[in-house]
Design a protein around this ligand. Structure first.
Ligand code: SAH
Ligand code: SF4
Ligand code: F3S
Length: 443
């Protein structure tokens, strides 16, 4: 019998990338063949994101293209998974006749059954959220590689007033420490060199017995040549215990993604971010004391309702104070169902654009300056790829998550840890000379 072929495209955050691997694991177990060619697929799935309006617009556009394929192959099943499925539910099916499946993040176990419904001519809908689903017993389908991610918790209980995630992903719940550690062990045995532990708010990880610092410790101890990253940290819950653990284990990356969102206490309060700038700066200061080489990245929203020019300057101010190594910067996008949606979206588009340009320009300047200061220093790079720009170079990353270009040669292979001396830098890339291949990862 010919196996049915599934094609899947992933949008949004790393949680969605991790979920796609869970979905492929589930379908692969049921005998589906996974394909990278949409034209030959019997089932086409889009794992979607709702975080901002433009994320959803992209999916609507993509569905238009896929509609043309379906005209050629009317038996093709088209499914929407992920956050947009959860947010729009059967509206999607009513408005887009070509969509056969709408399955939210907590219903992936039912996918084989729902796909069967669709093959039989019905509509497969699964959008219940769960308080317990973690998929921890399902082995994600991962291709060979160096870097993998593991969802260690799902959902979010923070309810920042602008954010749709608590509605699309449901309540917080964590996988058992033992199951995460077992997955890390399997990845290490398969030759992976880096694992990222994922959650919307990993600092509130709890499996009843262990907190996030315990989990990080247990994962770091599996293999000291396996780098451990984690994201995202919420400033409210980042403990000193965690900072000490990061400093203690050389294979836990000295890199913290700590979204600040705004530099104004009043705006933070309107956003329900539950911390003040003073508290936030306190964490940065303690982290830098405990982990001297730590780097930070952040998320920032400009143009939240009622944000004044002065408050926008406060955001520029906190960025200049912290000096982030990286930042993801967004214009506020009203999301139906959130608390902020009830506020008037009163910052005009041109003002949002100008504020965004200002913070991006400042961030690029700061990142450039930080990177210039690294010239002449040494660091360890995980060699990940051939450089896109030249066939004489590899590209890799430091544990502080910076991209480094280094020469091919000296017996260096993809997957090696290599000590380099940095000789050039832009705002986004460092360039290093080879010093030596490092057998045991030590900073
Ligand atoms: N849980 C993570 C990630 C959430 S989504 C966290 O708390 O950081 C990633 C980022 O998208 C958020 O940090 C925020 O900066 C941005 N974001 C979320 N909702 C948004 C909205 N309605 N408009 C603009 N940006 C938004
Ligand atoms: Fe959204 Fe806030 Fe939860 Fe992050 S912490 S996912 S921004 S509600
Ligand atoms: Fe988007 Fe959902 Fe992630 S809304 S950012 S895919 S949790």
């Amino acid at each position: 019998m010919n196996k049915n072929k599934v094609y899947i495209e992933t949008y949004g955050c790393q949680m969605n990338l991790a979920d796609t691997e869970v979905v492929m694991g589930i379908l692969n177990n049921k005998g589906y063949e996974l394909t990278k060619e949409i034209d030959s697929a019997d089932v086409v799935l889009l794992n979607t994101c709702s975080v901002r309006d433009n994320a959803e617009q992209r999916i609507h556009g993509r569905l238009g293209n896929i509609g043309t394929l379906k005209q050629k192959n009317p038996n093709m099943v088209i499914g929407i998974l992920g956050c947009m499925a959860e947010r729009l539910r059967d509206d999607l099916i009513k408005k887009k006749k070509m969509v056969d499946l709408v399955v939210g993040p907590d219903e992936y176990r039912r996918l084989p059954e729902l796909i069967d419904t669709a093959f039989a001519g019905g509509k497969g809908i699964g959008v219940k959220l769960s308080r317990t689903e973690t998929y921890e017993d399902i082995e994600p389908y991962r291709e060979e590689g160096l870097a993998a991610w593991i969802s260690v918790m799902r959902g979010c209980d923070k309810f920042c007033t602008y954010c749709v995630v608590p509605f699309t992903r449901g309540r917080e719940r964590s996988s058992k420490l033992t199951s995460v550690v077992e997955e890390v062990r399997l990845l290490s045995e398969r030759g992976f060199r880096e694992v990222t532990l994922l959650g919307q708010n990993v600092n509130s990880y709890s499996d009843g017995e262990n907190d996030f610092a315990d989990l990080l410790t247990a994962c770091a101890e599996v293999d000291n040549n396996l780098r451990i990253r984690f994201m995202t940290s919420h400033p409210q819950d980042l403990s000193d215990k965690l900072l000490y653990i990061i400093s203690e284990y050389s294979n836990i990356c000295n890199y913290i993604h700590l979204p600040v969102q705004s530099g104004s206490d009043r705006v933070l309060k309107e956003m329900n971010r539950t911390y003040t700038i003073e508290h936030y700066l306190g964490i940065i200061e303690r982290a830098r004391k405990i982990i001297p080489s730590v780097t930070f990245s952040t998320d920032i929203i400009v143009g939240f309702p009622t944000e004044t020019e002065e408050e926008h300057k406060m955001t520029l101010d906190i960025m200049a104070k912290v000096r982030y190594d990286g930042a993801f910067m967004f214009k506020y996008s009203p999301r139906k169902g959130t608390r902020a949606f009830k506020m008037e979206d009163d910052i005009p588009e041109n003002v949002k654009s100008r504020r965004l340009t200002e913070i991006i320009d400042q961030q690029l300047k700061i990142a450039y300056e930080i990177n210039q200061e690294l010239i002449g220093t040494e660091d360890i790079v995980l060699v990940e790829n051939l450089s896109k720009k030249s066939d004489q170079f590899y590209s890799g990353r430091t544990d502080t998550n910076k991209i480094v270009i280094l020469p091919i040669g000296n017996n260096v292979k993809i997957g090696d840890f290599v000590k380099v001396k940095l000789y050039k830098a832009t705002s986004a890339t460092l360039f290093g000379d080879f010093i030596e291949i490092v057998d045991v990862y030590r900073k």
